[in-house]
Design a protein around this ligand. Structure first.
Ligand code: GRF
Length: 212
């Protein structure tokens, strides 16, 4: 699918929003043919909302409800409605700390992507950089993948490897991975916006990391 008009993306995040900032800036400079239609957060004071506001992009906090790791039914419906009203075609999870399942994924089937701070399928779940360090791997990285019903299990679109250095702490390794994320995520969103990614089952084709 190739887009005549800029791809409308919705971004969901709970944290500082450095991935979102990298994507928004790549859009702003014309590297990615997309438009940020809406930024949503489940955390009222999240940095991602400030990054949106300073760039004059529409952003909203939506109350997540009573659960800690997922949205409750009302919140899920509010997220879906806001994204639909904004005409979002691709949902970009950028540090969104709640699991999205059921209704949400059905509403946007095959149109939700996430970035994870490891080379999946190694180290799914929380603090993947720390898992990698504790395991003793010498190479880790980051992965952009489609979101399915599992935890970090969807079809992989692109990956970037990051070396683990002698003397790394969880903090230094996480920072090195995040630098890679800020290259990889905009590159993948750009490829999707140009209609270059094909998906068959859990296999994807079309991402060329050299193109950026
Ligand atoms: C990233 O490290 C990403 O891998 C994980 O959450 C973090 C979000 O960071 N899913 P930021 O909010 O984009 O700075």
């Amino acid at each position: 699918m190739s887009h005549a008009s800029p791809l409308r993306i919705g971004v969901l995040g709970s944290g500082k929003g450095s991935n979102f900032a990298a994507i928004a800036d790549a859009i702003g400079s014309g590297t990615i043919a997309a438009q940020v239609a809406l930024v949503l957060s489940d955390v009222a004071g999240a940095g991602i909302l400030a990054h949106a506001t300073t760039r004059n992009l529409p952003a909203r906090f939506i109350e997540p409800g009573k659960f800690r790791t997922k949205l409750d039914e009302t919140a899920e419906a509010a997220f879906v409605q806001a994204l639909r009203e904004a005409g979002v075609e691709l949902i970009v999870l950028a540090g969104f700390m709640r699991i999205l399942k059921g209704e949400f994924l059905r509403a946007f089937e095959g149109r939700v992507i996430n970035i994870h701070p490891s080379l999946l399928p190694s180290f799914p779940g929380l603090e993947a950089w720390k898992q990698a360090l504790d395991y003793g791997v010498k190479v880790t990285g980051c992965t952009v993948h489609y979101v399915d019903q599992g935890i970090d299990t969807g079809a992989i679109i692109g990956q970037e490897a990051v070396p683990v250095m002698a003397g790394d702490t969880a903090g230094t390794l996480h920072e090195r991975i995040q630098e890679a994320e800020r290259r990889l995520y905009p590159a993948v969103v750009g490829a999707i916006a140009r209609g270059e990614i094909q998906v068959r089952g859990r296999l994807t084709r079309g991402f060329d990391p050299a193109r950026g």
